[in-house]
Write a protein that binds this ligand. Sequence first.
Ligand code: PLP
Length: 392
Amino acid sequence: MNINKNYLNLEDSYLFSTIAKKVADFSNNNPDKKIIRLGIGDVTLPLAPVVVEAIKKAADEMGVQATFKGYGPEQGYAFLREAIQKYYETKHVKLEADEIFISDGAKSDLGNILDIFALDNTVLVPDPVYPVYVDTNIMAGRKIIFADANEANGFLPLPDENVKCDIIYICSPNNPTGAVYTKDGLTKWVNYALKNDAVILFDAAYECFIKSNELPSSIYEIEGAKKCAIEFCSFSKTAGFTGTRCGYTVVPKELVKQGTQLNKFWLRRQTTKFNGVPYIVQRAAEAIFTAEGQKQIKENISYYSENAKIISDTMDKLGIWYTGGKHSPYIWLKCPNNMSSWDFFDYLLNTLALVGTPGSGFGRNGEGFFRLTSFGDRDKTIEAMKRFSQII
Ligand code: PLP
């Protein structure tokens, strides 16, 4: 018996445990101080009323013989795939229903998709990055190289023709940086992937925060992308499904590598290792796409976006360099006075009782940067920015 020794190569993530410990210590020593957290990546607003109604109705159906559902299709019920298909039509993207696979969220599929790729592929990951891309590839033992995201390129690295890679991760709008690729930027990546026979894994978990038709919210808005890209999306941030769990992955049939449709491999993978998302949850997700559902979730997204504006307006006022905020719930700022990420964390906590996330926790290039999120309460965000304005 041999264990998968690749797991020994994983770095322990102390980021959120260290934050929790520092905050707990501060709180114990300063019981009178009201701490405001702008570090959370989880949503705080409740599910939209139409979603709750759909859950109740579906639960009732499950309790009646005539409408009870057992195992569903592994790829998801047609009603939800068709709703997503119509949603893509609003982006002028035509998908077939069997190119859409319903999942229990983007995180699982982002990891699971690696099953269909050989181990000897080289993986290109931007730095800083959502840690799941790196850790899932370390677990499998793949070679990982990094694309530097930094102040000079606005945290939007472009392909380097001298670098050869096979699997490319792109997240736009990005976590942690909030940066969003333009059509031109994404076109460069698509052209690189087509030329180098690489596959792009496009994480669109934050697509709903894009407010301009000029910015792509799906990689398939880019010519040629169906031949080189798989798209992952989620209702977690779109509709507050972080605890309800539903998302989807798009594998176009045009994506053919070595004579094989990757759609067929993914279907085979899913039908073998996955038994589908609960009927009740899929009905809940379907409700998001009704006219009323869209109206209700957009109210929540606007609430977070307004918080993001309050934060980014404060950065503008203070002359602090940042990315994100406008088309993203994240504001990624340069720590003032050349402070390190952790020094700035300690300063904000100890001086202003504010909590954010040190950028260095997301990769080497995150050092000297800091992430604030807009998923909190409005009044607390306003109060936090009042305090922030006192920084020297
Ligand atoms: N992708 C990115 C970039 C994320 O930030 C997150 C969650 O924070 C996910 C994927 C995972 O989302 P889900 O809740 O759908 O698993």
